[in-house]
Design a protein around this ligand. Sequence first.
Ligand code: HEC
Ligand code: HEC
Length: 356
Amino acid sequence: MRPLLITLAVLFGIASLPRIFPPPPDPVWDDAQLRIEAARHNLHSIPRTREGMRKLVDTPDNPITPEKVALGKALYFDPILSRDRTVSCASCHILSEGGDDNRPAAIGYKGRINPHHLNSPMVLNAALEKFEFWDGRVHTVEEQAGGPIQAPFEMNLTPKEAVERLSKNPRYRKMFAQVFGENNVTFANIRRAIGAYERTLLTRGAFDEFLDGNDSALSPAAKRGMTLFMARGCAGCHAGISVGGQFVKRFPLRRYVDDYLGFSFTPRFHWKTSEFPFDNVGDFHGREGRDFFRVPVLRNVARTAPYFHNGSVRDLHEAVRIMSKYQLGRQFTPSEINDTVAFLKSLSGRIVDYGY
Ligand code: HEC
Ligand code: HEC
């Protein structure tokens, strides 16, 4: 009897801790302080000038030149790189839609759905990522660009076929010669050209205007959301100028008893069949199958629904709620969620015209 009572007392004690020691109040930062905190969290604005852009994303491995960007852009929009000439990079990464396709799972060659039910991520600002793909397996846009051309469910072309097709095309032969020298249509150069174009696809929005000194660029709600984002720890994972893409982290980080009781985030009530706290459509478990995923870039996130690697969540508010509960261990209230969403919307922007 005694041990039971002691156990109950201890459990009761632990359960009431949050009441006795409420979490520390959130800081209230004025505009100047918000900018200082942003810099401290490595959140910076996207440059307006070509100079600034080149400092940020140019690389000696693949120097950006106007001709290379023009070639990369042509290839990006041209279905010539898919077996049946119907699919281009732009089919799944629509630039005006935030650089993704707004479908839960990608659809490619002959309507094939991504076998792991993977959601197309955005290409805007992808050059700023240290890790690309949902499991973070590649590190540069040049490395990345070779993948979709070959994937049977995306463009389904071998490197040899891609090179042959472009070599037979007078326009491309000429463009490749201009950029890389005569007879230099190679798969590596295809990847370089597309990569150079992607490096120029950076976006600026209200958030950048605010960081650059325009106090009225953000609403009071967005400023409160920005405070929460930094003070509560979202920025610890969604870090850097791209607000993400710098780490591979476990998701979900925390588990709750009710995850195992049969609740699901979909309206259906059913017993859990997966270890995920929501439907793990597609059964992709990230890096080494251990639920480690690349932390996504949140720039333009308001325009890239649905969310998560498998596109299982439609609503940004719900994505923020899940993040606060499972990644921070402190579920946001509805008004905190609204403020955070107002902040995330300020991360939407337009592609900066660097004059290419
Ligand atoms: C059939 C749709 C489809 C096509 C076509 C396609 N992609 Fe993708 N793309 C995806 C999907 C799905 C992923 C995520 C795959 C993964 O994580 O394993 C992705 C990932 C990416 C990423 C990584 C972004 C990130 O944040 O991880 C970049 C960059 C990218 N694609 C660029 C391109 C380029 C360039 C082309 C053309 C050569 C292309 N894509 C063609 C669907 C597509
Ligand atoms: C421990 C690291 C970590 C923390 C802290 C964190 N996130 Fe995330 N976040 C991730 C990972 C990893 C994913 C990708 C999960 C997946 O796709 O399965 C993600 C995905 C997201 C997405 C969906 C993006 C998309 O394109 O699908 C949003 C929105 C988001 N996080 C917002 C937030 C907000 C807001 C906070 C703070 C409340 C936060 N995150 C805290 C790691 C983190």
